[in-house]
Design a protein around this ligand. Structure first.
Ligand SMILES: *[C@@H]1O[C@H](CO)[C@@H](O)[C@H](O)[C@H]1NC(C)=O
Ligand SMILES: *[C@@H]1O[C@H](CO)[C@@H](O)[C@H](O)[C@H]1NC(C)=O
Ligand SMILES: *[C@@H]1O[C@H](CO)[C@@H](O)[C@H](O)[C@H]1NC(C)=O
Ligand SMILES: *[C@@H]1O[C@H](CO)[C@@H](O)[C@H](O)[C@H]1NC(C)=O
Length: 216
């Protein structure tokens, strides 16, 4: 029994002793290798993550959107369409001008003239002063405008169109403008961006209210 035990213990001790250090060294090497692989994987994953973050940043934050330049529903203060036979109008109204900026930075725009036309003929204008629309917001500018048909008398087609339109009770105006400016991103990047207004509004001459408004 005792012999068996010693025999059992004996071969175990050296068999476990000498190769153990080899095995340990091996497993240590293996562990180190695994650690390095793990580290490389982490670094790789982090690099991929960084690239994704940068791509999202470039595509979302650094992307320059064209601001929207519109006029809202006019608030008509006075409208005089003349006598039954005369084809004329005089109107004053408040034009709610809107510059909608969807960028992650301000849109600094230059002074802009909004031209109101009837049948292609200028009947009035409004000046939008130089200013800016902030980060993801809409700049609102209310301008008082007067328009008159005085320029139409020299254009036969426009004045005959006005005559028939006023007889039906409508008055169609168009507002157009080109706004130039710069979108500023991250306080340092500046990108030139122009935006355009092209709105058509139908005014009901008897109720003196805007019947329809459409902007391109
Ligand atoms: C309008 O014009 C017609 C003829 O073209 C004339 O008979 C009528 O008296 C005019 N009405 C007014 C209000 O001027
Ligand atoms: C008439 O047209 C001229 C030039 O197109 C413009 O300068 C002027 O402001 C216009 N008048 C009105 C009342 O809009
Ligand atoms: C007046 O304008 C409205 C809105 O655009 C339109 O639906 C209607 O047909 C016009 N009326 C006439 C008589 O042109
Ligand atoms: C103007 O508005 C009145 C009241 O809503 C309506 O009865 C009339 O038909 C309108 N005129 C036109 C030209 O659409």
């Amino acid at each position: 029994m005792a012999e068996k035990t010693s025999q059992q213990v004996y071969p175990l001790a050296p068999a476990n002793g000498a190769p153990r250090s080899d095995e340990e060294a091996l497993t240590e090497k293996e562990a180190k290798r695994k650690k390095r692989v793990k580290l490389a994987l982490y670094i790789g994953a982090f690099a991929v993550f960084q690239v994704i973050v940068i791509l999202v940043f470039v595509m979302v934050v650094m992307r320059v959107h064209r601001p929207k330049f519109r006029v809202g529903e006019l608030r008509i203060q006075s409208l005089n369409t003349g006598s039954q036979n005369s084809t004329s109008f005089d109107m004053s109204f408040v034009a709610p001008i809107r510059v909608k900026n969807a960028n992650f930075g301000p849109y600094k725009y230059d002074a802009t003239t909004v031209v109101f036309t009837y049948g292609g003929v200028q009947v009035g204008q409004a000046a939008v002063p130089k200013s800016k629309a902030n980060f993801k917001s809409t700049k609102k500018i209310d301008l008082t405008v007067t328009v008159s048909s005085s320029n139409l008398t020299s254009v036969a087609a426009a004045s005959s169109a006005l005559e028939s339109e006023l007889r039906s009770g409508n008055l169609t105006l168009r507002s157009q403008a080109t706004m130039t400016g710069k979108v500023e991103l991250m306080l340092i990047f500046k990108k030139k961006k122009s935006t355009f207004m092209d709105c058509t509004m139908v005014i009901n001459a008897s109720t003196q209210a805007v019947q329809s408004l459409a902007c391109k």
